[in-house]
Design a protein around this ligand. Structure first.
Ligand SMILES: NC(=O)c1ccc[n+]([C@@H]2O[C@H](COP(=O)([O-])OP(=O)(O)OC[C@H]3O[C@@H](n4cnc5c(N)ncnc54)[C@H](OP(=O)(O)O)[C@@H]3O)[C@@H](O)[C@H]2O)c1
Length: 264
């Protein structure tokens, strides 16, 4: 059913070729967005989603872009401006993790991850939030992770990028109060997407037990965004896990994170 706040609006979803990004796009389309801009590197998958959503009467443009490349966020912003598109909803979803012992992960892969998960997300937030501010309306959604809440050996740098996203997004949301623009950080736990294949991890018993579908995470996430929540952990087990960290010494939280994530 259409949502009044989103009706006729334009949404930009990064990382819309698989997993959560696909379901964020579907959810925004079903809530009444009139136009979607889908960004990722795999063009065929973007075209498939474009065809699906256009059948539902939504205008969809796709941008095939490596957001970790130098200058990519600025190029995307320039392109949409040339096309006369005003983005009302920005879903900063593109991101990936790298599983393994930190010192065994090659620097170039780590650098790409830091670039995408933090720098591209930050630059996109600045560029599009400034435009939203001028119009006095907008929603930004940042995708963090339950990994943001504690140090996570085997995902050391990835979890640290998500701690950045959580802290950055919550602070930005505070600065935006009263402007008509909000920034919601959602923290999903394990979600059935291509994430583990890309990160190189086999699902652990904990991940199999707590895994959520990307459709349910997207639905809950968009609801939090529309409520203009600053931050939300998705799923009650994930919420409990993140909440319990507050009462756990940091060294013990790191050890628990390792036990839950390690592949033997
Ligand atoms: N799945 C989980 O368990 C989980 C849990 C917590 C948080 N998250 C977060 O959720 C977000 C979405 O991940 P997902 O789980 O849906 O994984 P996914 O299925 O692997 O999707 C990742 C998306 O990011 C895009 N992407 C990756 N590198 C890119 C680049 N350089 N430039 C542009 N797009 C790029 C991918 O598209 P292309 O490959 O086509 O470029 C894909 O569309 C990520 O930020 C992830 O950290 C996931």
């Amino acid at each position: 059913m259409a949502n009044q706040a989103l009706s006729g609006k334009t949404a930009l979803v990064t990382g819309a070729s698989s997993g959560l990004g696909v379901d964020f796009a579907r959810e925004l389309a079903s809530l009444g967005c009139a136009q979607l801009v889908l960004v990722a590197r795999r063009e065929e998958l973007l075209k498939k989603l474009q065809a699906e959503l256009e059948q539902r009467g939504v205008k969809v443009s796709i941008v095939t872009l490596d957001l970790a490349a130098a200058g990519a966020p600025q190029a995307l912003h320039d392109l949409l401006r040339q096309q006369g598109l005003a983005v009302d909803v920005l879903v900063n979803n593109a991101g990936f993790g790298l599983f393994g012992k930190e010192l065994e992960i090659p620097w170039d892969r780590t650098q790409q991850m830091l670039q995408l998960n933090m720098l591209a997300l930050t630059q996109l937030s600045k560029l599009f939030a400034r435009d939203m501010l001028k119009r006095g309306f907008g929603y930004i959604m940042q995708i963090a992770s339950t990994g943001a809440y504690q140090p996570t050996p085997t995902y050391a740098a990835y979890a640290a990028t998500k701690a950045y996203v959580l802290s950055y997004g919550e602070a930005l949301n505070f600065e935006l109060r009263g402007t008509g623009v909000s920034c919601t950080v959602i923290s999903p736990g394990v979600t059935a997407t291509e994430f583990l294949r890309v990160s190189g991890q086999k699902a652990t018993w904990y991940q199999r037990m707590t895994s959520m579908s990307s459709a349910e995470v997207a639905r809950a996430g968009v609801r939090k965004m529309l409520a203009r929540r600053g931050s939300a952990v998705i799923g009650w087990i994930n919420w409990l896990a993140a909440f319990s960290v507050r009462f756990t010494p940091r060294a013990a939280a790191a050890a628990t994170g390792y036990q839950l994530m390690k592949n033997d």
